[in-house]
Design a protein around this ligand. Structure first.
Ligand code: ATP
Length: 240
């Protein structure tokens, strides 16, 4: 079953075409990556998948349903979003950030606390639970933003550049957790600039450039088809 399908998606910001007839599908349980340079349209596409912005034309379906006003609340209950920026509440503690977020999903406080504690353990942040988020390092903030997106136990996880700016150890820690989530059956969509990240985690990769998808395939097929490693393929395809 396909969890996300996009057909001929076009997005204009005023007269600027940010997405130019993009089509793709993402299967259940798959890890799918949009790989592309700055401004390729990755965030625009991700925001469309969770209903934050609408296409100018074309059709997008999530869990087989159109993202209209009627369907959106039900669809959002099953999606976890990890945005590019760590938009945490700076006035709250680590635990409070998770509990407040759980309210958007109508999760009762007792259940939210239990779930938040489990998630803090999942990324080894349990000892920082009562700390104000301002005091966390960049890597810790990223981990907190990551687990915040898991508070509703989503079926579909949307990760916008999950490891940008992280040191190699923190990056590896996030990669390990993404692999665990993948093996637990979640469908994962991520954007990245890192070839290694897409290659390591994802079943299929869409290479994007200037609002278009140039190719979609497995990392192995991409390397094979273009007789080179993925980095070479990417650099060749996205050349100015
Ligand atoms: P990055 O890797 O830098 O995050 P991206 O691939 O996610 O880039 P988008 O953020 O989707 O790219 O942006 C695609 C294009 O659309 C860029 O040229 C960007 O400047 C433009 N754009 C994005 N959002 C808006 C907006 N709200 N108004 C006008 N232009 C926008």
């Amino acid at each position: 079953m396909d969890i996300v399908t996009g057909k001929n998606l076009i997005k204009y910001y005023k007269s600027f075409k940010a997405l130019d007839s993009v089509s793709f599908f993402i299967r259940q349980g798959e890890c799918f990556s949009f790989l592309g340079s700055n401004g390729a349209g990755k965030t625009t596409l991700m925001s469309m998948i969770y209903g934050f912005i609408s296409p100018s034309s074309g059709e997008i379906k999530v869990f087989g349903k159109s993202l209209n006003k009627k369907n959106l609340p039900e669809i959002k209950q099953k999606i976890g979003v990890i945005p590019q920026d760590n938009n945490l509440d700076p006035d709250l503690s680590v635990l409070e950030n998770l509990i407040v977020y759980a309210r958007y999903f109508n999760i009762r406080k007792k259940e939210a606390i239990e779930r938040a504690k489990e998630l803090l353990n999942f990324v080894s942040l349990q000892e920082w639970s009562d700390m104000n988020v301002r005091k966390l390092s960049g890597g810790m903030k990223r981990k907190l933003t990551f687990i915040r997106g898991l508070i509703n136990d989503p079926e579909l996880l949307i990760l916008d550049e999950p490891t940008t700016g992280l040191d190699p150890r923190s990056r590896k820690q996030i990669w390990d957790r993404i692999e665990i989530l993948k093996h637990s059956g979640k469908t994962i969509v991520l954007t990245t600039h890192y070839m290694e990240e897409a290659e390591k985690l994802c079943d299929r990769i869409a290479i994007m450039n200037k609002g278009q998808i140039l190719v979609i395939d497995t990392p192995e097929n991409l390397s094979f088809k273009f007789s080179g490693n993925l980095e070479k393929v990417y650099l060749n395809m996205t050349e100015e």
